[in-house]
Design a protein. Structure first.
Length: 285
């Protein structure tokens, strides 16, 4: 026990062990906490996810909208013009997915002169019902990490490095592995420990990192299968209106020239053009 408390190498090993225990405890907590969700992901992959919702889990509402349009176009419910406009047809069967049914109905209600476009679906007011159904029926699975574990382990790395330095100062321990060196070099020792532990802490998932690789692979496969059922030309037309067009730049403002004061009474040749003829000196009469 004395080796852990007073010996230089023991102090370093003690605080490195504390940091390792912090990581193990956090990992065990995450494992037990995510057990139900991990089983949920396994059940989802085994049971299947509709393509639009699979795309939503993978890339959000824009991906879900594009996949949904591909499914409706593949079933003949929607036709795509060369410019990417979505127009309803009188063909195709009733969709089993209620989100797709809502999207088809909203496309049918579009005015004849204003056909629907793909970029309107993720945020347009008339497609709110489709978005609501996609979000409501999507599996309740957290697809991305919060980054809390990384932040906690970064704090643990700083705390254990500072604890190592304070412990060495209180124990008046010599420099580890080089006992004859100046004790001020302990600053470099716990600084190096801090850097090494921070690199380990950086291995924890950052905020926004995908959590379930198997689920992502399954969703990507489902989305690609739905889109691959269409000819390449139709997929290209749909992709034409994926991004909202930028508004045209404002026209440059033209400033009118200000006329000199008194020009309103001037003739075509200036204000005194007729003065010579009116006086008669030049034979104006």
């Amino acid at each position: 026990m004395e080796w852990w408390l007073t010996d230089s190498e023991g102090i370093v090993a003690c605080w490195l062990l504390v940091f390792a225990v912090c990581n193990v405890l956090r990992g065990a907590y995450r494992w037990f906490r995510d057990g139900d969700e991990r089983r949920r992901v396994t059940e989802l992959i085994a049971g299947g996810i509709p393509p639009a919702r699979a795309s939503y889990l993978l890339g959000g509402m824009t991906e879900a909208a594009e996949t949904a349009v591909c499914v409706l176009a593949g079933d003949g419910v929607v036709k795509v013009s060369p410019g990417g406009e979505l127009r309803p047809t009188h063909r195709g069967g009733r969709q089993a997915d209620r989100a797709l049914r809502a999207l088809a109905e909203e496309i049918r209600r579009a005015p004849p002169g204003a056909p629907a476009k793909l970029y309107e679906i993720p945020d347009g007011a008339r497609f709110a019902r489709f978005r609501e159904l996609v979000e409501r029926d999507a599996p309740a699975v957290r697809s991305t990490a919060s980054g809390r574990s990384r932040a906690l382990m970064m704090l643990a790395s700083a705390a254990t490095a500072l604890g190592m330095g304070a412990h060495a100062a209180l124990a008046e321990a010599p420099m580890p592995f080089v006992p004859e060196a100046d004790r001020a070099l302990w600053l470099y020792a716990f600084g190096a420990a801090w850097m090494a532990q921070s690199l380990v802490a950086a291995l924890w998932p950052s905020a926004g990192r995908r959590r379930w690789r198997a689920l992502d692979a399954y969703c990507r496969e489902e989305a690609e299968r739905a889109r691959a059922a269409l000819p390449g030309e139709i997929r290209r037309r749909i992709a034409l209106t994926r991004n909202r067009p930028k508004p045209p730049p404002p026209a440059p403002r033209v400033r009118a020239r200000s006329r000199p004061q008194g020009d309103d009474d001037a003739g075509p040749d200036g204000p005194d053009a007729d003065s010579c003829g009116s006086c008669g000196g030049c034979g104006g009469d």
